[in-house]
Design a protein around this ligand. Structure first.
Ligand code: FPP
Length: 243
């Protein structure tokens, strides 16, 4: 990984960037390739974006790798994606660990086959003390599923209704140890949340580049950061000048 600090950056860098990596299928179709070739190209691109994120000083990166709804895709695509994830974990883990990346899984492990579950658990364990970049992998993740999980766990723990507030809910989310995302990027021109970070994303800034995910490289990420740096985040309040 290139770790040289990069000067051509805005002053205000979002602490937490989340990405919906959309458009792999269309990227492949535009080249007359099978959809899985798009997912492979998307995986290659993820490596580049991880490197750029470290270099740009982003502290938390959350990626939407597989949603609770993605199980409804054709069986060949689902099994192909699982193969790609397994290979990527095998090939990239050492490199990520050596570069100080901490992997966290957000979502449910059930339905994922046992060897892949084990790989995910081992990767989380191996990297748990790394601090350079926290990489949350949303895998078998859905925002509504997460909220249901939170409610179930709160009831199981016998919490009283008066105890329930934002802070308590934050503690039960899959992302419990990450701050809310500052910037959510969805590639490919689609402008939907698609069940991603439903609770956490309420005050995120959104950015919708039209390029497909395999083409969203380092320079595209830089553009997104510059765009973000121009935004005025009010969190429901008014601008200081209007007070
Ligand atoms: C959306 O494109 C992409 C996905 C559902 C899969 C994303 C997965 C990767 C990029 C693989 C890398 C991840 C890891 C953790 C190794 P799409 O298939 O919906 O594209 P389309 O809308 O053009 O059909």
């Amino acid at each position: 990984m290139n770790t040289d600090s990069d000067r051509n950056l805005p002053e205000k860098i979002p602490q937490h960037v989340a990405i919906i990596m959309d458009g792999n299928g269309r990227w492949a179709r535009a080249r007359g390739l099978p959809r899985l070739a798009g997912h492979r190209a998307g995986t290659e691109n993820l490596r580049a974006i991880l490197e750029a994120s470290v270099e740009f000083g982003i502290k938390y990166l959350t990626i939407y790798a597989f949603s609770t709804e993605n199980w409804s895709r054709p069986e060949t695509e689902v099994s192909g994606l699982m193969r790609i994830f397994k290979n990527a974990f095998g090939q990239e883990l050492r490199n990520l660990h050596e570069n100080g990346v901490q992997l966290r899984h957000i979502g449910k492990l059930d339905r994922i086959d046992t060897p892949l579950q084990q790989k995910i658990k081992d990767a989380v364990e191996l990297t748990k003390n790394n601090e350079r970049l926290i990489l949350n992998i949303a895998f078998n993740y859905g925002g509504r599923d997460e909220i249901i999980h939170v409610i179930q766990e709160i009831i199981k723990d016998g919490r009283a209704p008066e105890e329930i507030d934002d802070e308590l809910i934050n503690q039960y989310l899959y992302t419990a140890d990450s701050p809310d995302p500052d910037l959510i990027i969805r590639t490919s021109g689609e402008m939907r949340a698609s069940n991603f970070l439903v609770w956490q994303g309420v005050y995120a800034e959104w950015y919708f580049p039209t390029v497909y995910w395999p083409d969203f490289g380092k320079e595209e990420l830089r553009k997104a950061l510059f765009d973000y740096s121009e935004r005025e985040r009010r969190f429901g309040r008014v601008s200081p000048g209007d007070a």
